[in-house]
Ligand binder design. Structure first.
Ligand code: TMP
Length: 705
């Protein structure tokens, strides 16, 4: 029986998160998400607010530097030393209670800071806010998924339904991402709010009270978050909390090999560059006349840059090695720190810091992508290692950079007009050199394309291609094509390419062409067996590499036995899927290096590429809904997988616009067919062999159907 769209339990269709939750859970889920975002806003406001407050009473540049750095370091210190302890505590007590206690106590602590108005208490408050935040963070991370899963379990009669559900249908995965977004997302907003409050305070309050306003705003955020959390009646404790110890992970090196340590070095380099920029930012902006507003502007730039870099890392320069990009991003961050240190203009400093954030964010996400073992179910450990490196290096940067800056003091360099090299500049330069060295060493250790020169590799990636040095190039096997033309149809699931490929073939045959229609995988006898292995849902545990090789094996057989012979006799080959499917599904979808997939397939096919690739574009949710048969092994991948595949196809098409015709698959079928025909017509040979025209005095004219 064919199921209807409405009843077909396609795992990719429900979007994890609030919208996919049963109606009963949507309200508490949303309320808790808002509470976490507001609390996150408070946490990220506390960082500039407390460090700016610490600077106020300090006398002299050195003392100001140490006070700001001290506040920042004390905020981070508990995350390095006490995180597992706080995690265990958060696991013992009720999640909701943990969130409430953390928010309420942070409210009290922050509120007392402007009232007490003394450096020791500001520093102690920074430490206490850090401690309460490490209690809050794991409870926050576990509470949304618990709420999502708990409601489903209740609806199933109390059993843990999620355990039986497929990983893709698990609403906890989406809820976990929502939680991460709620906690980290407010960072740029908080920095901007801090800058605006600083401007308002400067204009409206006297100099003596100007640090108070952001602190009160922080306190308000915490108390509002507590009130919102109180409105959520219950947070089920289904999600166990386990927080790894950063220092332990760091020293164990997470069991990583040479490349793994290179990865740690790279992420450490990026964290050092970003940490050094933040550590002296308050004093630096003060000297440039920017005060707290300038500090807020610089932090806004950095936080927004980081967010953008995290987004960009996996997406930019598709065919370029992520390992190389990681090294380059760290080097870029270090170089930007040098510019940051030397520039004496606040606006330029804010922009440079934003770019530094982009580079550091991209480095982090490239590191996370590299560390992810595509065959490992659980990729938490390596990521936890990278997080530990980031935390510990940030802590060291916050503590050491201002201390070194204070110790070095100001020096005048007499070259020409004379240049004041102050302590914070020198300390930033030292940090930049260390980060640069870390980036360079990491680049060498991680390089997965040794011997391939960087510049042509980058240039090719900018064109969307993979650079293959002449010595490694796979010589395309000469195809004596006569007049053969090769057209491939590509797209995600349910895009309608099979229909369009068939219509194109009918149209071509109607006009007298010798056409063969074929498809991948499974066009040959061997291919059919491979197809069964690849798409059968009973095939479990197939590694990503093996999957790529099986598709390539099918393709090799397909090219050798079907496509090449047809092209050689002058036929038009219309294939439903070809090589780009592997680049999109196995490369982008499975997150394997696209260049590796391209290389394996270039070998498998002898370098045979289509003359035209028609890409039918459809949002995965719509395409998957269109399918009528039960989902196969690939179709049942989660929606994110299909989103990556779609993005991959798009990137491939953008990189080679001459070969691609990209069409929106939601348009009417007849319109699509017509556009495809127009484009095919451009590459068609004369169907009548040369000479025949003279004999018959006719020329086949193709007219619109
Ligand atoms: P089909 O359903 O269009 O026949 O395609 C079979 C499935 O195989 C589809 O989900 C896409 C997937 N696939 C790959 O993952 N890699 C490939 O190289 C090819 C050709 C298909």
């Amino acid at each position: 029986m064919t199921r209807t769209d409405a009843t077909r339990p396609h795992p990719a269709a429900p979007q994890p998160g609030a919208s996919s939750l049963p109606a009963a859970s949507a309200v508490p889920f949303r309320r808790l998400r808002t509470a976490l975002s507001v609390s996150g806003l408070g946490l990220w406001l506390a960082v500039p607010a407390l460090s700016a407050m610490a600077v106020l009473p300090a006398d002299g540049t050195g003392a100001r530097l140490r006070a700001a750095g001290g506040a920042l370091a004390l905020l981070v210190l508990p995350a390095v030393l006490l995180a597992p302890l706080a995690g265990a505590l958060a696991d013992r007590i009720d999640r909701r209670l943990a969130l409430l206690i953390a928010d309420a106590l942070r409210f009290v602590v922050v509120l007392t800071v402007p009232l007490v108005d003394a450096l020791p208490w500001t520093l102690a408050a920074a430490f206490l806010v850090g401690c309460l935040s490490v209690l809050w963070a794991p409870a926050a991370a576990a509470s949304l998924p618990a709420l999502a899963a708990g409601e489903s379990a209740d609806m199933a009669g109390g059993g843990v339904l999620v355990a039986r559900a497929t990983a893709e249908a698990d609403p906890r995965a989406g809820a976990r991402r929502t939680a991460v977004r709620a906690v980290y997302g407010p960072a740029p907003v908080a920095a901007l709010v801090f800058a605006l409050l600083a401007v308002i305070a400067n204009a409206a309050l006297g100099a003596s009270h100007r640090a108070d306003l952001p602190l009160y705003a922080t306190a308000v955020a915490f108390v509002v978050a507590a009130a919102l959390t109180a409105l959520v009646k219950e947070v089920p404790a289904t999600e166990p909390i386990s927080v790894p110890a950063p220092l332990k992970l760091l020293f164990q090196g997470s069991g990583l090999d040479r490349a793994g340590r290179g990865l740690g070095l790279a992420v450490g380099g990026a964290a050092l560059a970003a940490g050094a920029a933040v550590a002296v930012a308050r004093v630096h902006t003060g000297e440039l006349g920017g005060g707290d507003a300038g500090y807020g502007a610089v932090l806004t730039g950095l936080a927004a840059g980081l967010a953008f870099g995290l987004f960009l890392g996996p997406r930019v320069l598709g065919p370029f090695s992520r390992r190389r990009l990681l090294g380059l991003a760290v080097i870029a961050a270090a170089l930007l720190l040098i510019v940051d240190a030397l520039v004496r203009n606040l606006v330029v400093v804010a922009f440079v810091t934003a770019f530094l954030g982009v580079a550091a964010g991209a480095a982090w996400s490239c590191g996370a992508a590299v560390v992810r073992d595509p065959d490992a179910e659980d990729d938490d450990r390596p990521r936890a290692f990278l997080r530990s490196v980031t935390l510990v290096v940030a802590l060291v940067a916050f503590a050491a950079v201002p201390a070194v800056a204070g110790a070095l003091g100001s020096h005048r360099i007499d070259a020409g007009d004379g240049y004041d090299l102050d302590g914070s500049m020198a300390a930033q330069l030292i940090a930049a050199v260390l980060a640069l060295a870390a980036g360079a060493v990491a680049y060498r250790r991680l390089d997965d394309r040794p011997g391939i020169p960087l510049v042509p590799d980058l240039r090719a990636a900018l064109r969307g291609e993979v650079y293959v040095p002449p010595s490694q190039a796979v010589e395309p096997e000469p195809v004596r094509r006569e007049h053969g033309v090769f057209i491939a149809f590509e797209g995600g699931e349910g895009a309608g390419k099979t229909t369009q490929a068939r219509l194109a073939a009918i149209w071509l045959r109607d006009h007298g062409y010798d056409v063969i229609t074929t498809h991948e995988p499974g066009a040959t006898k061997i291919g059919m067996r491979l197809r069964a292995m690849l798409l059968d849902r009973d095939t479990t545990g197939l590694s990503d590499r093996a999957e790529s090789l099986l598709y390539a094996a099918d393709r090799a057989d397909h090219v050798a036995n079907v496509i090449r012979p047809a092209l050689e006799r002058g036929a038009i080959v219309v294939s439903d899927r070809y090589l780009d499917s592997s680049l999109a599904y196995q490369g982008y979808g499975r997150r394997q290096p696209v260049e590796d997939i391209a290389r394996v397939n270039a070998w498998a096919t002898g370098g045979l590429m289509p003359d035209l690739t028609v890409l039918l574009e459809v949002p995965p949710a719509d395409g998957l809904r269109r399918l009528s048969a039960p989902a196969d092994r690939i179709e049942s991948e989660p929606q994110e997988f299909h989103e990556r595949v779609r993005a991959g196809f798009r990137a491939l098409a953008e990189a080679d616009p001459d070969r691609y015709l990209v069409l929106d698959a939601s348009r009417p079928q007849a319109e699509l067919s017509r556009e495809i025909q127009y484009r095919i017509r451009e590459i068609l040979p004369d169907p009548i062999p040369a000479g025949t025209e003279d004999a018959t005095s006719t020329f086949p004219a193709i007219t619109d159907v």
